[in-house]
Design a protein around this ligand. Sequence first.
Ligand code: NAG
Length: 431
Amino acid sequence: MMAGRRDGSLMREKSSSRSPIVVAIAIGILLGCVCAFFFPHGFFSPDPSFPNRRLSNSQIGSSSCESEEKINMLKSNIMGFTEKNAELKKQVTELAEKLRLAEQEKDQAQKQFMALGKQHKAGPFGTVKGLRTNPTVLPDESVNPRLAKILEEVAVRKELIVALANSNVQLMLEVWFTSIKKVGIPNYLVVALDDRIADFCKSNDVPVYKRDPDEGIDTVARTGTNHAVSGLKFRILREFLQLGYSVLLSDVDIVYLQNPFDYLYRDSDVESMTDGHNNMTAYGYNDVFDEPSMGWARYAHTMRIWVYNSGFFYIRPTIPAIELLDRVADRLSRQPNSWDQAVFNEELYFPSHPGYIGLHAAKRTMDFHLFMNSKVLFKTIRKDDNLKKLKPVIIHINYHPDKLPRMKAVVEYYVNGKNDALERFPDGSDW
Ligand SMILES: *[C@@H]1O[C@H](CO)[C@@H](O)[C@H](O)[C@H]1NC(C)=O
């Protein structure tokens, strides 16, 4: 903090001590130009009528001395014009720049006007609040009438849990929906990526949606790699939002202990669980970068936050939210080796800069004690006598590869009250 403030004053000092010199030089040059224009022969010209003579052609050639004088005069005229020309060019450039900025402002102002409808005065200190909760889109049933029908039955207050699953994750899916049923959450839906998992859901009374097999993106689901399926997830989600529903997207390596809809804020485009493990990493902090060779200014301040978990987030049907899904899906299709979670976070957080227009989406980090990742559980919670008494809303086994046994242990511990159920597991994985 201290170093940051010093950095700031350093920059101010430099600029304030430099600027008078710059101004003085500029005034000097300007005065020089004016003098050269009106007194090309200096202030002590013997002929007071010089400015008039300068423009008179009738006197050219009357004597050799005089013609030499005239050549000099013409030379200085040309120089004067060149200077004037440069000055004019500079002014034109400046005007063009001003015009560009004005057009940009007008464009942005117009967009804002259209988005907000009405201009408002700012209001007194401490009372202003920026727009966080964007309006929802107008539902468009034509996007997918069959899905619209399913959602009408399954969703509660226009929101629901959605998970994508294929046969590879059947055992985890079973723990997943069993925990959901046990809590009594009615509004959840499995998007089945193959027939076996669709049948498995039906035989277990689990709401399921199987996409039409002739839809192009579904060949990816059946044959594709993990990454291809990740891209598919964002495309499928889009339809839910277009139909006007808020989605709590859920991986299947998650155990539900309470109803998450009782713990959402619903004030942001994206509300996500975090990979962070304490207040700092989950909610953001000032990370000081030290470069001793810079001496007095060795400390550079950076802002850090652990990534959002793209396996559990609540997304509202708004334009910025849909734009996020599109941007992530687009990048995953163009960069097939990228990790969907990294792309999700970059699109959400990186600001606009030259050559790039950032997303303007509102985001909220979920409480990491309520929406808990498995690092928090196995590194901290299970060893802390107070924290282990708290009941989370969900636990996501995202930090461990032995997902199924850890999911079952979480159920044993939190649902069946078996106090030592978590003890046999190491903090991290053994590779
Ligand atoms: C973390 O933040 C919460 C409020 O968000 C606060 O109540 C708690 O004391 C903080 N914990 C620590 C260890 O700083």
